[in-house]
Design a protein around this ligand. Structure first.
Ligand SMILES: *[C@@H]1O[C@H](CO)[C@@H](O)[C@H](O)[C@H]1NC(C)=O
Ligand SMILES: *[C@@H]1O[C@H](CO)[C@@H](O)[C@H](O)[C@H]1NC(C)=O
Ligand SMILES: *[C@@H]1O[C@H](CO)[C@@H](O)[C@H](O)[C@H]1NC(C)=O
Ligand SMILES: *[C@@H]1O[C@H](CO)[C@@H](O)[C@H](O)[C@H]1NC(C)=O
Ligand SMILES: *[C@@H]1O[C@H](CO)[C@@H](O)[C@H](O)[C@H]1NC(C)=O
Ligand SMILES: *[C@@H]1O[C@H](CO)[C@@H](O)[C@H](O)[C@H]1NC(C)=O
Length: 162
């Protein structure tokens, strides 16, 4: 294959993979061995408005939308959003959100997650795109961004390489 075509394909695949993954936070939802596991996990991520959470598990769990009180005290009055693993949950309110598992004593054992959703939509719309050559640094979340990056890329290739 022509090396330029190969490089271009690589850039496009990298962009598409980034695009498909952006905004979905995968949560390994289980009774953790460390009660602070989910706090630690949440602290390493930024949750943007309109992102989604995807809780995945095996065994019997659920995801309930809790108030702070229900979260703090593991109250089973929290509204169950899903009992089906891998259901996507929309984060379309900014501010704190609390999720607990209401099965048995799972919540008391640390199966609870508090996040704080920012009031801005993901980084793809707020940060300028980096140079096309550093595709791995991109966080592309929209088709618009993907398409425009590809157009920019092909422009630069046309001028530099031809
Ligand atoms: C999820 O967590 C469980 C328990 O800590 C662990 O055994 C499992 O490997 C994890 N799965 C993934 C996909 O990280
Ligand atoms: C539990 O997580 C906290 C916070 O990350 C950490 O300081 C502590 O060492 C962890 N404990 C165990 C037993 O892994
Ligand atoms: C998570 O971050 C909050 C606020 O920055 C901090 O108070 C808390 O100690 C952190 N928890 C863990 C387990 O890292
Ligand atoms: C959780 O409940 C609160 C209060 O009713 C609501 O504002 C928020 O959108 C809900 N979030 C989810 C993910 O269901
Ligand atoms: C998120 O927005 C969609 C569409 O506007 C709405 O149907 C859904 O109920 C919202 N979800 C939450 C958790 O607020
Ligand atoms: C959530 O984040 C906002 C700003 O991003 C901050 O003002 C607020 O105090 C945070 N709330 C919590 C409960 O951490």
């Amino acid at each position: 294959m022509d090396s330029r075509v190969a490089l271009m394909s690589f850039v496009m695949v990298a962009l598409l993979m980034k695009g498909a993954a952006a905004g979905i936070h995968t949560v390994n939802w289980t009774v953790p061995s460390n009660k602070s596991a989910y706090t630690t996990w949440a602290n390493t991520s930024t949750f943007y408005l309109n992102d989604q959470l995807q809780f995945g598990w095996s065994g019997t769990h659920n995801v309930a939308n809790a108030t702070k009180d229900e979260y703090d005290n593991c109250l089973k009055t929290a509204k169950v959003l899903t009992s089906t693993s891998l259901t996507l949950i929309d984060l379309n309110t900014s501010g704190p959100l609390y999720f607990i598992c209401t099965i048995d004593d799972h919540c008391e054992s640390g199966q609870k997650l508090a996040i704080n959703v920012t009031n801005v939509i993901g980084p793809t719309l707020t940060t300028p795109p980096p140079p096309p050559s550093s595709a791995s640094a991109l966080a592309v979340g929209t088709l618009f961004a993907i398409v425009s990056s590809i157009i920019v890329t092909s422009f630069i290739y046309r001028f530099i390489l031809y």
